[in-house]
Design a protein around this ligand. Structure first.
Ligand SMILES: *Cc1c(COP(=O)(O)O)cnc(C)c1O
Ligand code: SF4
Length: 416
């Protein structure tokens, strides 16, 4: 029979066995998922090859201006550092006539030089699929034009808003939801317009949270960033500032000591970025993230769910684990909407819900982003959750646990 303690140990180890079985498929799949950490040697080889081709030095590589000045923007140049077939080169040239593209040497060093299906290549190199969409597809899915009460401002919520400071990015993502604004002519917003935006914030005391984005907010010069933060600091009701930037992913060299000390001086500042695949979590990206963390800047990640790139529960889980190791909190997983030239990269909402279903309970709550769709008409981010309430009665509800157990939960309240 055994003692009570022996019996309970036995039950607990049976349960532990069951829990082990719940993670087996992930552990098996995980072996084959490429991550920045696993690929570090390949990245170093790629970097060396790219530096040789561009005649650059290690010092150049660390300099974000060198990265920007040496962006790959035509198929011929790119074909010197990765393998491209004649057909791929023609496709790139054809798409270039409609949609801009540009890749900094750093991001190119994350590409598999031989594999056209590499998730880094799919996010950055034009594909003929981009020309398959009818041009009348709605190009303003977030209705930004109807939610802008002042220059550069997008306001969709009671207590917070966006200032759009530039349409520039280090890279022009193939899935960009703001294609309409991004990647034509580079336009940092003139100071007069930014001043009007800040005036709007000053005059609306309920605004406590200001999100500075674009494009990519870290395309601005350090002085401009400090100027904006300084003006916002003077507004008493602005409690926090946030930046939206993809440079941590696409060009971590931008996270300089000077930028970090500016952000530190003007805190509380938060930074949100957009890692979409564990391959992007490279040593250089992790180092940049740590610099920001040490400067007191909490980091969040906003992934986009992308067909054939990350629409797989195991890949998203691995991505979020790699991010947490770099002190980056998975914040949102976005459902992308159809924007001309991007439909081949859009995954179904049912896939997104299944991915979240594979996270809750199976991994740390910290590793679970909120799955979000932007409501049409600019009505705001709306969560899409798997359903955990099976039914609700007067004194109880029936819940479904993460493993799918259906349990009645007593909800009687006495002495009310
Ligand atoms: C996304 C967004 C925000 C910030 O939303 P959070 O859910 O607070 O991160 C603010 N304003 C606009 C217009 C947005 O699109
Ligand atoms: S960084 Fe953001 S805004 Fe810029 S191209 Fe990529 S998705 Fe679009």
């Amino acid at each position: 029979m055994g003692t009570y303690e022996e019996k309970s140990r036995k039950i607990a180890s049976e349960r532990a066995k069951e829990l082990k079985s719940r993670i087996k498929d992930y552990l098996d799949a995980s072996k084959d998922i490429e991550t920045g950490e696993k690929l570090e040697d390949q990245y170093l080889d790629n970097k060396k090859r790219i530096l040789d081709y561009l005649n650059g030095t290690e010092e150049d590589w660390k300099n974000w201006r060198w990265q920007m000045d040496n962006r790959f923007e035509d198929s011929k140049t790119l074909s010197n550092v990765i393998e491209l077939s004649e057909k791929e080169m023609n496709e790139i040239d054809e798409v270039s006539e409609n949609f801009r593209w540009a890749v900094v040497p750093y991001y190119a060093s994350l590409m598999d030089p031989k594999d056209p299906n590499c998730p880094i290549r799919k996010q950055s190199i034009p594909s003929a699929m981009e020309l398959k969409d009818p041009m009348e597809v709605d190009d303003d899915p977030m209705a930004e034009e109807f939610t802008s009460p002042a220059p550069c401002i997008t306001r969709r919520y009671p207590d917070r808003l966006i200032i759009n400071v530039t349409n520039q990015c280090a890279m022009y993502c193939r899935h960009c939801q703001r294609r309409r604004n991004i990647g034509g002519v580079d336009k940092p917003r003139p100071r007069e317009e930014l001043e009007e935006a800040i005036k709007y914030i000053r005059e609306n005391p309920e605004i406590r949270d200001v999100l500075i984005t674009g494009g990519d907010a870290f395309m601005l010069e350090d002085e401009t960033i400090e100027w904006i933060l300084g003006l916002l600091d003077e507004i008493e009701h602005v409690e926090i500032k946030r930046f939206g930037t993809r440079t941590l992913v696409t060009m971590p060299q931008r996270i300089t000591d000077n930028l970090c000390s500016i952000l530190k001086r003007h805190g509380p500042v938060y930074v949100n970025t957009q890692f979409n695949h564990p391959k992007e979590v490279s040593r250089e990206a992790v180092e940049a993230a740590k610099k920001l963390t040490y400067a007191g800047v909490p980091l969040g990640n906003q992934s986009v769910l992308l067909n054939t790139i990350n629409n797989d529960p195991h890949i998203i889980k691995k991505l979020n684990h790699e991010l947490l190791k770099a002190c980056i909190k998975p914040y949102y997983l976005f459902q992308a909407k159809t924007v001309t030239g991007t439909s081949h990269l859009i995954a179904g909402i049912e896939e997104g819900i299944e991915i979240v279903e594979h996270l809750r309970g199976y991994t740390s709550g910290l590793a679970i982003p909120e799955y979000i769709v932007n409501a049409p008409g600019g009505y705001g981010k709306t969560p899409l959750h798997p359903q955990y309430i099976v039914s609700a009665g007067k004194d109880y509800i029936t819940i479904r646990t993460w493993e799918g157990r259906i349990i009645k939960y007593d909800n009687k309240v006495y002495n009310k």
